[in-house]
Design a protein around this ligand. Structure first.
Ligand code: C2O
Ligand code: CU
Ligand code: CU
Length: 501
């Protein structure tokens, strides 16, 4: 690029001081990580554990058909009966699953029957200009908006949700969030499980009070993001149960939580295989015991259940601690802290009927790594949370989102290196529209990357005081955004506009 953007150099300590200052507004100390719903240490009312929820059957999203997604108010059912108050695509809870093949055209008309503006962002797809669900490109109440663009993505697990600035978090939370699978029909030939052995799991924590979904973020919730007290799996309160065959199964995991980072693992601690990330398949399966999955991220995994007929195998989100996570602990809120354990799905395994139980393939789909020596330039994005007690708390390079401001311009076809530096106490899953990227390093070290960093990504977790470098190239001109996918942070303004020209 002609003029690389160099942010004003700020003192590292000022970020720390701001974070510390915010710490003083908290309860002080208490970072033991075992604060739970029973006490929040602040005398605030606690959400009672919901009754009659959980232990239901896994449901699968309905397959999308036709050419219209209408948004309207409707009912949700967490497993204990229908209640009104949801916002739905085509009246469905959970949202319909869209299947597309590479090289096809996505041609879907949004009919907005909500009383507020909305739009659709196709998270992970490089949508053509005007088709990306940019915050300024919305359908007014009663209006329609047509999305029509070529889908050239690698086969994998993508998703879609609204993106009207300031309302994204609430609209997605109340039900507008669905999976979009790009499928080239060759997964069986790749040796991957298909059909009933290929299971989509949309994971999202919700805050439930007296059986009803609630969403009323206060200042502290905007700091941490809206953390729930109930995990839902495809819209049902977890844990859910499902029967599976004693075979190699594929799970397509999406973390659709507003703010909660998950840590999928088998309760037994045994390993499983990561086979795909945000932008499709890895070069080869990678054995893992758990993987951090931040809001917006997807992980495709294989679990080998071939020897488990008659057993019960539990998928959980295992407890974890996040460095500097005191402010992210949720200790101020009526929900378990960031890093708390949740049960997700219980699989009851039955003998595989006759057929082939499958294997874990040795190789998947090659990934050509970018040659960083050809990079046209680099950019730095400093992530901060400053002590203002109003909106605009979370910023990128000191900026709070302004739809009328273009924050930087990228040349189409240029390879760029971007560095995200998190000066705050919260984890920030950083998401870039318009392309898939590669993770170069964490804190300057390629060796400490996560297993999920080895694939194509559109969202990357940047932990407190961590820097993450990515490499990326845009092939499409247009107006895109870059933002934190903690949806409360995003709505608070942790988002920038950029143009690809
Ligand atoms: Cu899934 Cu701009 O977001
Ligand atoms: Cu996106
Ligand atoms: Cu954030």
């Amino acid at each position: 690029m002609n003029k690389p953007y160099i942010p004003e150099r700020r003192d590292f300590l000022s970020g720390l001081a701001a974070a510390g200052l915010l710490g003083l507004t908290g309860c002080g100390g208490g970072d033991s990580g075992d604060e739970r719903m029973t006490t929040d240490g602040m005398g605030r009312g606690n959400v009672s554990p919901p009754t009659g929820l959980g232990a239901g059957a896994l449901r699968l999203p309905a397959n999308f058909s036709g050419d219209t997604l209408s948004t309207r108010a409707g009912a949700y059912d967490l497993g204990a009966g229908a209640r009104s108050g949801a916002l739905l695509y085509n009246g469905q809870w959970p949202s319909p699953l869209i299947r597309l093949s590479p090289g096809s055209t996505l041609d879907i008309t949004l009919q907005n029957q909500l009383a507020e503006a909305t739009n659709i962002h196709w998270h992970g797809l490089a949508a053509a200009a005007g088709m990306d669900g940019h915050p300024t490109e919305v359908a007014a109440p009663g209006a329609i908006r047509r999305y029509n663009f070529a889908v050239n993505e690698r086969p994998g697990t993508y998703w879609y949700h609204p993106h009207p600035h300031g309302a994204t978090a609430r609209q997605a939370y109340f039900g507008l969030a669905g999976l979009l699978i790009v499928d080239d029909g060759n997964d069986a030939a790749r040796g991957l499980p298909t059909g009933i052995r290929d299971i989509p799991l949309v994971l999202a924590d919700k805050r439930v009070s007296n059986g009803s979904l609630i969403y009323q973020p206060d200042f502290m919730d905007i700091m941490t993001g809206w953390l729930g007290n109930v995990m839902t799996v495809n819209g049902a309160a977890g844990p859910v149960t499902t029967g599976v065959e004693a075979a190699v199964i594929r799970l397509r995991l999406l973390n659709a939580s507003n703010a909660r980072v998950l840590n999928p693992a088998l309760a037994s601690g045994r390993s499983f295989w990561l086979i795909g990330t945000d932008g499709g398949l890895l070069a080869a399966p990678v054995a893992v015991n758990s993987l951090l999955l931040a809001p917006g991220e997807r992980a495709d995994v294989l679990i080998d259940l071939r020897g488990d007929a008659g057993q019960t195998i539990k998928l959980v989100s295992a407890a974890f601690s996040m460095a500097g996570g005191m402010m992210g602990s949720g200790m101020m809120s009526a929900a378990p802290s960031q890093g708390s354990a949740f049960d997700l799905v219980t699989f009851s395994v039955s003998a595989a009927p006759g057929g082939n139980p499958g294997t874990v393939p040795a190789t998947l789909s090659p990934i050509a790594r970018f040659d960083l020596r050809t990079s046209a330039g680099s950019r730095k994005f400093e992530l901060t949370a400053m002590g203002a007690m109003t909106s605009g708390l979370h910023r990128i390079n000191g900026l709070s989102y302004d739809s009328a401001r273009i924050d930087f311009v990228v040349r189409r076809g240029d390879l760029e290196r971007w560095q995200f530096i998190n000066f705050g106490m919260e984890p920030h899953p950083m998401h870039v529209h318009g392309t898939q990227f590669q993770v170069v390093s964490r804190d300057g070290n390629a060796a400490t990357r996560f297993a999920t960093d080895l694939g194509w990504k559109d969202t990357v977790l940047v932990r407190s005081m961590e820097s993450v470098e990515i490499a990326l190239r845009f092939s499409m001109a247009g107006n895109y955004v870059l933002h934190c996918h903690n949806l409360e942070h995003e709505d608070d303004g942790m988002m920038l506009n950029f143009n690809v020209v």
